[in-house]
Design a protein around this ligand. Structure first.
Ligand code: FES
Length: 239
């Protein structure tokens, strides 16, 4: 996809005014290979509906929200250190520039919580894919500060654009592009291989049951309610 098609497809012109200019120009200037998809700009809010502030995002807590669709889960993390941009290289010479963290310390990142291997994802009942904070390493891999999927031990590095550290996934988790504006946080797009088509195909029956129809599961969000994973998921499965 050339840049003109990309702009047309993703509505990038309209979104340019919403994104921080430097982030936006970096994203576009870096040969995104069609990996940046913009969606509705959605405010991140607390469960009481008020905008989430930086101080509400506790370091190394695993938070969940849904974006860009009402059914597609994402993880929000404050990694408590500056997270720098990283160039992500994919197969066949494709790649993209992951813009790093946001917030005053540039420590806040967000990723799709749909595993890039076989689409394990956090449900209300259980989650095999989780963040392991520095003080709670995985019992199996002994690694910490990672996102690990216990389905087949896929490991991702949230400090490096969710690059694959180990296991069967071949591509990073897709990242959620965050924008900070006057102390409030917005999700504005998805960067990377997003897995949404496979997710909707694979979990069609479950999603119909939960949301009433596939169309409802694919509704775009306008606000993202951010919750602690342990409150949303009954059984957080760590391995
Ligand atoms: S589904 Fe996550 S590693 Fe296989």
């Amino acid at each position: 996809m050339d840049r003109r098609d990309f702009i047309k497809t993703c509505g990038t012109v309209a979104v340019a005014s919403m994104l921080d200019a430097s982030i936006f120009s970096n994203l576009l200037a870096s040969q995104q290979d069609g990996m940046l998809k913009t969606y509705k700009k959605a405010l991140l809010v607390k469960e009481d509906g008020s905008p989430i502030k930086e101080g509400d995002i506790k370091p190394h807590n695993n938070y969940i929200f849904f974006y860009p669709f009402v059914s597609t889960p994402c993880y929000l993390l404050n990694l408590d250190q500056e997270i720098k941009p990283v160039e992500i290289k994919l197969k066949d010479g494709l790649g993209y520039l992951w813009p790093g963290g946001v917030g005053s310390k540039k420590s806040i990142v967000a990723y799709s919580a749909i595993c890039a291997h076989q689409w394990s994802y956090p449900t209300k009942d259980y989650s095999f894919i989780n963040y392991y904070p520095p003080d709670k390493p995985s019992e199996t891999t002994k690694k910490a500060g990672i996102i690990q999927c216990c389905a087949h031990l896929g490991l991702y590095d949230p400090k490096e654009g969710a690059k694959v550290l180990d296991g069967p996934p071949e591509v990073p988790l897709a990242s959620i592009v965050l924008q900070e504006e006057n102390g409030q946080f917005y999700a504005v797009g998805v960067l990377g291989e997003d897995q949404f088509d496979q997710f909707f195909d694979n979990y069609k029956a479950d999603l119909r049951q939960q949301y009433g129809s596939t169309a409802k599961a694919k509704e775009l969000v306008e606000k993202c309610i951010v919750m602690e994973v342990d409150k949303y998921v009954k059984s957080v499965i760590r391995c």
